[in-house]
Ligand binder design. Sequence first.
Ligand code: AMP
Length: 113
Amino acid sequence: MDGCLFCKIVAGQIPSTKVYEDERVLAFRDIAPQAPTHILVIPKTHIPSVAGITGENSELVAHIFEVIAQVAEAEGLVNGYRVVSNCGPDAGQTVHHLHFHILGGRELTVNMA
Ligand code: AMP
């Protein structure tokens, strides 16, 4: 989608540190890491947020979660990790292209709000 930061990363117009890529999914390191390991996993097609997940694209989302498990294993997150997706203004979503944060590499606080 025109003007979408993550669509530009998918297109190679903005650089990223890729950790995984296939025909449908890209994973790259967050530019402002909040934990020793902070990776974003995104669909290559533009879905604005979790609110845009439907029966038409849910198989892709299931694939993203398979990728999340693979990436976490490859990153050596044997002690666990958190998967987060901010949806909409109340959650503080800043990039309006569906993405799942993988956070790990240290003990994470339990605060969910
Ligand atoms: P959210 O606030 O949940 O929408 O997450 C957006 C994330 O994208 C933030 O954690 C940012 O640090 C990250 N981010 C923004 N621009 C880039 C970029 N060019 N490369 C990698 N991560 C980015």
